[in-house]
Write a protein that binds this ligand. Sequence first.
Ligand code: ATP
Ligand code: MG
Length: 359
Amino acid sequence: MAAALRTHRIACIPGDGIGPEVIGATLKVLETLERSLKTFKLDFTQLPWGSDYYRSQGRYMPTDGIQLLKQHDAILFGAVGDKDVPDHISLWELLLAIRGQMQLYVNVRPVRTLPGIQPLIATPVKPIDWVIIRENSEGEYAGQGGRTHVGQPWECATEVAIYTRHGVGRIMRFAFETALSRPQKSLIVVTKSNAMRNGMVLWDEIATEISKDYPSVTMEKMLVDAMTVRMVKNPHTIDTIVGTNLQMDILSDLAAALAGSIGIASSSNIDPSRQSPSFFEPVHGSAFDITGKGVANPLGAIWSATEMLRWLKEDDAADRLMSAIEKVCEGNILTRDLGGHAGTLDVADAISKELSQSI
Ligand code: ATP
Ligand code: MG
């Protein structure tokens, strides 16, 4: 008798701009993987949330949207953002609402030079292989603050960053665990504690406290400005990095560009307790300059799908998909952002072909 397929319920939100294009490519590849392996099944719920939905419904997702998402095992997301809607509205109503209300407090962004992809910087010692861990629930994106005297010359706006012992402690522990699981066992804690004397000093103190539980991990503290220089000049000295919501948002874009293109970078928004479904998305946004042209790089979304499979404990499928991605890159089937001529679907087809042939 055939073994029952493991079924995972996935909420799929393609969103805006190039989101539907890269998610379309990802679904094609996942379908091939499912069909070839015959060990698991992904049961997708397609959710048309995003800026078109906002224009017709006046909101980015329905009022019971979070409840609906919670009925799934994972969420696969494309991008959100529209030319006609201010970014702070689309971001807060959809992306930050999901991350915040479901307490997906860890954001993991792996950065690796893939074979066949030219990094932006010379890496003579060893290829880039970093994990950036971003605090995803508080900090500078806590949404606290306000505006007074609007429109007056003395108008004043505050944007208050919130750092709690609970919030910093849990992300720091996750970062030490990640560093411990990797061969180099090294963690760089990034702050700006010379200029920001409250929250950033709390980060430094908690890092020192938690490091005592991880004697085999080498922990270093670095200021974010110095870290940008180190990423460019000494990439081989870096392994796992942890830092605040805003600072890692910026560093991870830089990291993605250094490794080749923002189009290949993946991002996992995780609830380590698994009480809420984790959420997987490419790092890039809706990129309207290339929308509808069929040239968007789907690798960021497809790489995110491998991280989703890993989170769903489908390691074999994740490994096979990642190695198919690497083979296709090695074979120079690359989109324009990586110096190639392939279109979004050419890359997806090549990965599907590689999967069909190798399984
Ligand atoms: P957001 O405001 O959500 O960050 P954005 O519209 O500013 O989104 P990004 O996705 O941040 O755009 O990307 C900046 C630029 O990088 C895009 O305008 C585009 O030219 C390029 N880019 C982004 N993603 C891709 C991709 N998947 N493939 C190719 N080029 C990309
Ligand atoms: Mg942008």
